[in-house]
Ligand binder design. Structure first.
Ligand code: SF4
Ligand SMILES: [Zn+2]
Ligand SMILES: [Zn+2]
Length: 307
């Protein structure tokens, strides 16, 4: 009886536990989970000096579980600070998927009374993502990632934001790390390190980067603004889907794998500090966005679409 009861009860009080953090040996009730979640967000912001006094932070809000948890937690953690939040939603144009999440984004941003800018691939680049990839042998996530990043940066500049906050969680981070290892792309891998500020590029912050995806979903649900999780129809076409399944399977056998992977990467990044200087960015000859070559990736892909 004692064993059964201890499985159900919060490690910090006598309330019923709603989550078990197996790698930490903790079970938490709803209020202790929320407290713990927000504390980790606050610690991540502080440890990495993500936010300074007087900043205007553009929060990328898709309306999914991660960005909803990001907006809600930032709104709470930064309450009282001299920091302004604005929300940006990018509509990639994915039929049957984005419409619902954009509606959810409008609702949550409206509830918090935050300024909200919605931009679409169609308005910014002339095509929906569905049109860009229809009938072509291309990876939709590559197009999506490049144009979304560019749209976020352009919009953040228009809104005079000083940082862009994205909802990348622990799962996203370790998937990206593993994908870059698998591709042997060390240059891209090291882009995950904090970077020197570059002209024309609004610095990005990821306040949820130590929080598992499962917990962002629970946090959003507790706040009553996230009901269902529908996966993007293109998600299964990416390497990320295989990497995700592999890491999830390892995590279920060896709890703590995801955290170890992130910590391991951070140690390597620390050792690599100062080695391999950061590339100076120029500006794209077509759109003037910052880029490495004379044409940015978004304009290069746009050129391919017009062929
Ligand atoms: S799964 Fe790929 S195509 Fe779908 S929203 Fe994510 S990056 Fe875009
Ligand atoms: Zn408790
Ligand atoms: Zn360009």
């Amino acid at each position: 009886m004692q064993t059964y009861r201890s499985c159900m009860i919060c490690s910090k009080c006598d309330e019923k536990a709603i989550i078990s953090q197996r790698n930490l040996g903790l079970r938490l009730c709803q209020s202790h989970f929320v407290e713990d979640f927000e504390q980790r967000v606050a610690e991540t912001i502080e440890k990495n000096a993500m936010v300074s006094d007087g900043e205007r932070i553009a929060v990328a809000v898709s309306g999914g579980k991660d960005s909803t948890a990001l907006l809600l937690s930032l709104h709470k953690v930064l309450a009282g600070a001299n920091v302004e939040l604005v929300a940006i939603t990018v509509d990639e144009g994915i039929a049957g998927y984005r419409d619902d999440t954009i509606k959810a984004a409008k609702e949550i941003v409206g509830q918090l009374k935050i300024e909200h800018e919605i931009v679409s691939f169609r308005e910014e680049y002339g095509y929906d993502l569905d049109e860009m990839v229809r009938g072509k042998d291309v990876a939709p996530c590559t197009f999506c990632g490049v144009f979304r990043k560019s749209a976020l940066n352009r919009t953040a500049k228009r809104l005079k934001a000083t940082k862009v906050a994205t909802g990348h969680n622990l799962d996203d981070e370790v998937q990206s790390i593993m994908m870059n290892y698998l591709k042997g792309d060390i240059e891209r891998l090291m882009r995950n390190r904090p970077r020197r500020v570059q002209p024309g590029l609004i610095p990005r912050i990821k306040p949820l980067r130590v929080i598992p995806e499962k917990e962002t979903a629970i946090y959003s649900m507790i706040n009553g603004v996230y009901a269902e999780s529908r996966e993007c129809p293109y998600a299964q076409l990416s390497l990320r889907a295989d990497v995700r399944d592999m890491i999830n399977s390892l995590e279920s056998i060896f709890p703590g794998t995801k955290q170890s992977m992130l910590q391991g990467f951070e140690k390597i990044a620390e050792m690599a500090k100062g080695k391999g200087g950061q590339i100076e960015l120029g500006s794209c000859r077509d759109c003037k966005e910052p880029c490495v070559k004379d044409l940015c990736k978004a304009c290069e892909l746009l050129g391919r679409l017009k062929c």
